[in-house]
Design a protein around this ligand. Structure first.
Ligand SMILES: C[S@@+](CC[C@H](N)C(=O)[O-])C[C@H]1O[C@@H](n2cnc3c(N)ncnc32)[C@H](O)[C@@H]1O
Length: 268
């Protein structure tokens, strides 16, 4: 899908960068996402010296684990602040990752140069899904492997997106909802004709350490997670935050396990 409004696309990307820079995303990633990168790298299997690209890598959830497994890793993300934090984490872990500012829809990576392409809850946030999927397939060499984790519409994060979505202005027509990446049929359609054969698994992410209550989880998330902080500020301005706060607290009270889809691919 293309857009005839490149300035809107540019604005969206600048907005995304600001949103992911706000708050303390490294703390969110550590608490909610960190086991997933390790699991994905183990599942895909990375051999010493393999060329790995982690798309929308954030602070290096998959990238650092891939480097620990022996990969030669490039971590690409649109938000420089997170790359900076990733650099510190990689240093602490004693591994080398090349951190590159870049867009999942226009990867700064040559054709067919990667043995493995990974993305944990990352590529799902690029607005044009087909453009991003074609990019992932382009940089994979024939025989290369793909591993993508995305929240499912059926899981806790799906409900989180729906609660907030009801209060947000509609996205431009070319921008598809991130949760579609959590649907097997949609992901198959995205990679149709790219040579990537897919299979799927569903897994659960659990925060660590656990919160004691929904209110505690809400308090942490709404003062730490940039995208939610931005929504909260807007809803407070409109006087609508209390209703949303209560719904989110009730959601977090129901449990802490969030389902995600693992899309595993191989390029023929
Ligand atoms: C939920 S975070 C996940 C980060 C990391 N993969 C992890 O598992 O912790 C989403 C990431 O997508 C990045 N992102 C959003 N839109 C992007 C785009 N168009 N291109 C590259 N990165 C993007 C954000 O900067 C952020 O780092």
């Amino acid at each position: 899908m293309t857009t005839d409004a490149p300035e809107i696309l540019t604005q969206m990307k600048a907005g995304a960068r600001a949103m992911w820079s706000a708050g303390d995303f490294p703390a969110i990633a550590q608490r909610y996402l960190w086991p997933v990168g390790e699991r994905l790298v183990r599942r895909v299997g990375i051999g010493a010296g393999e060329q790995v690209v982690d798309v929308a890598c954030g602070t290096g959830n998959a990238a650092i684990r891939a480097a620990e497994a022996g990969g030669v890793v490039r971590g690409i993300d649109i938000t420089p602040r997170l790359l900076e934090e990733g650099r510190h984490l990689a240093e602490k872990a004693g591994v080398t990752v090349e951190w590159i500012e870049g867009d999942a829809e226009d990867l700064p990576v040559p054709d067919e140069s990667a043995d493995v392409v990974l993305s944990t809850f990352g590529v799902m946030f690029a607005p044009r899904h087909r453009v991003a999927a074609v990019e992932l397939a382009r940089v994979l060499r024939p025989g290369g492997r793909l591993g993508i984790c995305s929240w499912t519409p059926e899981g806790l994060q799906g409900e989180f997106f729906r609660i907030l979505g009801a209060y947000m202005p509609p996205a431009p027509s070319f921008a598809q909802p991130p949760l579609l990446w959590g649907n097997e049929q949609h992901v198959r359609e995205l990679f149709a004709g790219t040579g990537v054969q897919l299979e799927f698994e569903r897994e659960m992410a659990t925060e660590e350490p656990r919160f004691h209550s929904g209110i505690e989880a809400l308090e942490f998330n709404s003062t730490t997670f940039g995208p939610l902080m931005a929504v909260r500020a807007e809803l407070e301005r409109r006087g609508e935050w209390p209703a949303v706060r209560d719904r989110l607290a009730a959601l977090y009270e129901t449990g802490s396990e969030a389902e995600y889809l693992v899309a595993l691919g191989r390029k023929t």
